[in-house]
Write a protein that binds this ligand. Structure first.
Ligand code: NAP
Length: 470
């Protein structure tokens, strides 16, 4: 890279890991703290183009974080301040694989950082998982959060019980959204379609199934403790399902001990007689989904905790039971999908990397990096992406300094945008996103909501085209 031009980097994906990566890339261009001193980081000037498939940025912050989690959504302000730093530009409504190939990106940029996240839900591997009425949490969450790919899907909430399989934070998010009173949801930015369907929901009970014991649950104490204060919802722990060790997790570290204490409080609570309830049921594995035309019940295998050999294992018993349910949602994690043209490890569903550098069978793919869930797998909260993204930025700088970036055909922003515009006439810039953002906010304020989300890409592009300054 010559001294006279900036290092040109594309970040693919504008979710948390992409935004943090862009921030680190331009920040490190001027300097960074190391060993308590601000040190200059080569190569001096960096331009980052964030390429995003949708016209809207922020990935799972917009389509994943639960609508009632207002404080978490405030991270958007931080993202906004990062993404509008000098040197960072947004190219929204551009899909890698459709509008531009990975090979072209490698040619047009000195470096490309893939931050494409995990776009699919893990499917429950049991008979009946093809029946209507079964959803992955990824799809269900995207539906209630107004992701344009999911808003037209129809959700049937006419049965009085829903079952959620999984014991992570997403399972608790979904349980809350299914039980919160309509007026509580009305004050959020939940998709207006979902708000309407949920307003008429017949669901009275949501059972959350964990295949292991209370001590093994993945949800965090903060999310669990929130259940103690849900308006209009009884939260119960199924007494028959907690095993002999009950709340005494043998691996109880501080975080686990706090979570178990919260569970114990919930366990001891008496039923208040609220209109809806959430039942936390442990040591229960899904065996099959049953139903003629759609899900009508779920068959469950009962497990127990085996502490006989010094260790602590959860094993299946021969006991089973059946729970009637018209909706089954598996919240058992996300899964990344391959990016056309890049290597992919099917077993762990990630892009294979070494120190953030994308690896093929032959070795490092020059100038290609990954960060976030597509690199680490789908675990961790938004903030966990900071360090991951920083490592990717440092790998880019190390390779730039070592002269390892393929830079013969690097193009300027204008040249890239011109080519893309020939393939995709409506490119969405930051200022276009601001237009969408303020339109959504003002429509929302009128209804007492933080924003009223636009639900389809055509409408978004319409607004952008109408409002954009020529
Ligand atoms: P997760 O935390 O990995 O939880 C997945 C759950 O699914 C685990 O309880 C797991 O049980 C269970 N599971 C996996 N396969 C199963 C199967 N075949 N049958 C039954 N149960 C199965 O995943 P997540 O809830 O999707 O969350 C993803 C990440 O996002 C997590 O790091 C989470 O903390 C984060 N997140 C945070 C928030 C927040 O901070 N508010 C909100 C949402 C998500 P085992 O443990 O037995 O495998």
């Amino acid at each position: 890279v010559s001294e006279s031009r900036p290092l040109r980097v594309a970040v693919v994906g504008s979710g948390p890991s992409g935004v943090y990566a862009a921030g680190h890339l331009v920040e490190h261009a001027s300097g960074t703290w190391l060993d308590g001193r601000m040190q200059r980081c080569a190569p001096g000037r960096v331009e980052v183009d964030i390429i995003e498939r949708l016209p809207t940025p922020w990935g799972l912050l917009r389509a994943g974080v639960a609508p009632d989690h207002f404080a978490k959504k405030k991270v958007a302000d931080l993202f906004d301040s990062i993404a509008t730093r000098p040197g960072i530009r947004f190219l929204g409504n551009v899909e890698v694989g459709r509008d531009v190939s990975t090979a072209e990106l490698s040619e047009w940029y000195d470096a490309v950082v893939y931050a494409v996240g995990a776009t699919h839900g893990r499917l429950l591997d049991v008979p009946g998982n093809d029946l209507p009425g079964y959803w992955t949490s990824r799809d269900f969450v995207a539906w209630y959060n107004g992701h344009p790919d999911f808003t037209t899907r129809s959700v049937d909430l006419t049965a009085d019980r829903a079952v959620i399989v999984g014991n992570g934070n997403v399972a608790l998010d979904v349980a809350r959204i299914l039980t919160l009173p309509a007026e509580t949801l009305a004050a959020t930015d939940i998709s207006p379609h979902a708000e309407e369907v949920l307003r008429h929901s017949a669901i009275r009970e949501v059972v959350v199934l964990g295949r292991r014991s209370p001590a093994d649950a993945s949800f965090t104490n903060a999310e669990l403790a929130e259940l103690e204060f849900l308006p209009g919802v009884d939260v119960l722990v199924d007494p028959g399902s907690i095993g002999d060790d009950v709340f005494a997790g043998t691996n109880a570290n501080f975080a686990n001990a706090r979570r178990l204490a919260t569970l114990e409080r919930l366990f001891q609570r008496s039923v208040q007689g609220h209109p809806r309830r959430i039942v936390l049921r442990f040591l229960a594995s899904p065996i099959s989904l049953e139903g003629a035309e759609r899900v009508q019940s779920i068959q469950i295998g009962h497990n127990h905790v085996d502490v006989s050999q010094g260790g602590r294992r959860v094993t299946a018993t021969d006991q089973t039971s059946t729970l009637d349910a018209g909706l089954v949602i598996s919240a058992i994690g996300y899964r990344s999908t391959p990016v056309p043209g890049l290597p992919f490890d099917e077993t762990s569903a990630v892009i294979p990397t070494s120190n953030s550098r994308i690896m093929t069978a032959e070795g490092v793919l020059p100038g290609a990096y990954a960060t976030g869930w597509v690199k680490r797998g789908p675990t961790g909260i938004i903030g966990n992406n900071k360090l991951c993204a920083r490592n990717a930025a440092l790998a880019v700088f190390a390779d730039a300094e070592a002269g390892l970036l393929p830079s013969e055909n690097t193009r300027s922003f204008d040249a890239v945008a011109d080519t893309l515009r020939q393939r995709q006439p409506t490119l969405v810039s930051w200022s276009d996103w601001r237009t969408l953002d303020s339109t959504e906010r003002s429509r929302g304020y009128a209804r007492g909501k933080p924003r009223l989300k636009m639900l389809n890409v055509e409408e978004m592009l319409d607004v952008v085209t109408r409002e954009s300054v020529p």
